[in-house]
Design a binder for this molecule. Structure first.
Ligand code: NI
Length: 269
C-alpha cells in the first residue's frame, strides 16, 4: 500500500466516526478551499503486539521516517512523530502510546486483559491503523472506570485502533482562514463546538506552532452491555511558523498537545 491509498482509506474510516470532520471538510471544499492535512494521530497501549515499537515498522513501510519523540508527563504518554522525506504534501504521522505501568493496578489489569486477546501476528500492514477493536467489547462500567484515570485508555478500549484526529494545515488555506482563530470561528459559524481546554488557541508563534480543534463528535458505541453515547474523534487545525533559520517548524509542542488530547473528554459536556 502506498501512502496516498493509506490516507484515503484512513479518512473514510475516520469520517464514519467523526461526521463533523467530514462535514467541515465538505464545507471548506465547497467554499473553494484546498484542504491539506498537517498530521494524523493514533493512540495505542505500550504492550503486546500493538505497542509503538511494533507499529513503527508499519509506518516506515509507508515510506515514512521518524524525526522526533515526545513525552507527555500529565497524560502519561510517549509519542513518535514521522515525516515523509520526499512528499512535502504528505501529512506527518503521530503515534502515541499509554505508559500503562504508571497507572493503578486496576487499570493495568484491564489493559493486560485486552492486549492478551491480540494474536501475536496481528500487525500485518498499514490496515492495522483502522482495525478497530482487536479485543472483545468492554462493558460500559469498565469504560467509565478507565475514564476516571485516563480518558485516553477509555477511548482506546472502546474504539480500538483508528485515527484519533486529522489536522488541517492552515498555512495552505486562503488568507481569511489561515489562522487558528479564524478557522475556529468558521467551524462555530457552521454549528460545531470548539475545544477550549487551555484556551481556544494552543501555542503560537513563540513556539512555532499554533493549534486548535473541534470537540470530538459524540456517537453511540457498542459496549458488551449495549450502546452508549461517548466522545469519538475530532478535527484539529494547525498553523506553523518559521524557526530562526527560516525553515517552517515541523515538530509538535507537548504542552499544547496535552490540552488538545482533551478534545475527547466527556467531563465538561
Ligand atoms: Ni494533533
Amino acid at each position: 500500500m502506498n501512502h496516498p491509498e493509506f490516507f484515503s482509506t484512513l479518512w473514510s474510516d475516520f469520517c464514519a466516526i467523526a461526521p463533523a470532520a467530514a462535514n467541515i471538510n465538505a464545507q471548506l471544499t465547497a467554499d473553494g478551499e484546498r484542504v491539506l492535512n498537517d498530521h494524523v494521530a493514533f493512540r495505542t497501549f505500550n504492550k503486546g503486539p500493538i505497542s509503538l515499537e511494533k507499529l513503527d515498522p508499519v509506518v516506515r513501510s509507508l515510506g515514512y521516517e521518524r524525526f522526533d519523540d515526545y513525552r507527555f508527563e500529565e497524560k502519561k504518554l510517549r509519542a513518535w512523530a514521522y515525516v515523509h522525506p520526499t512528499d512535502a504534501d504528505a501529512p506527518k504521522i503521530f503515534v502515541s502510546e499509554l505508559l500503562t505501568e504508571e497507572f493503578s493496578p486496576e487499570l493495568q489489569a484491564v489493559v493486560d486483559e485486552l492486549v492478551a486477546q491480540i494474536p501475536e501476528d496481528f500487525v500485518k500492514g498499514p490496515e492495522v491503523f483502522w482495525a478497530g477493536l482487536p479485543w472483545e467489547r468492554v462493558s460500559y462500567d469498565t469504560y467509565l472506570k478507565l475514564r476516571e484515570e485516563s480518558e485516553y485508555a477509555a477511548w482506546l478500549a472502546a474504539l480500538g485502533l483508528r485515527a484519533n484526529h486529522f489536522t488541517i494545515f492552515l498555512n495552505e488555506m486562503s488568507d481569511k482562514l489561515s489562522t487558528v482563530e479564524a478557522m475556529l470561528a468558521y467551524v462555530e459559524k457552521h454549528g460545531f463546538e470548539v475545544n477550549s481546554s487551555g484556551g481556544r488557541v494552543k501555542g503560537g508563534e513563540d513556539v512555532h506552532l499554533a493549534q486548535g480543534s473541534t470537540l470530538a463528535d459524540k456517537m453511540a458505541v457498542e459496549f458488551s452491555d449495549g450502546p452508549q453515547v461517548v466522545p469519538t474523534c475530532y478535527y484539529e487545525f494547525a498553523r506553523r511558523f518559521p524557526k530562526p533559520d527560516g525553515e517552517l517548524y515541523q515538530g509538535f509542542v507537548a504542552s499544547s498537545a496535552d490540552k488538545i488530547f482533551e478534545s475527547t473528554n466527556a467531563a465538561d459536556r
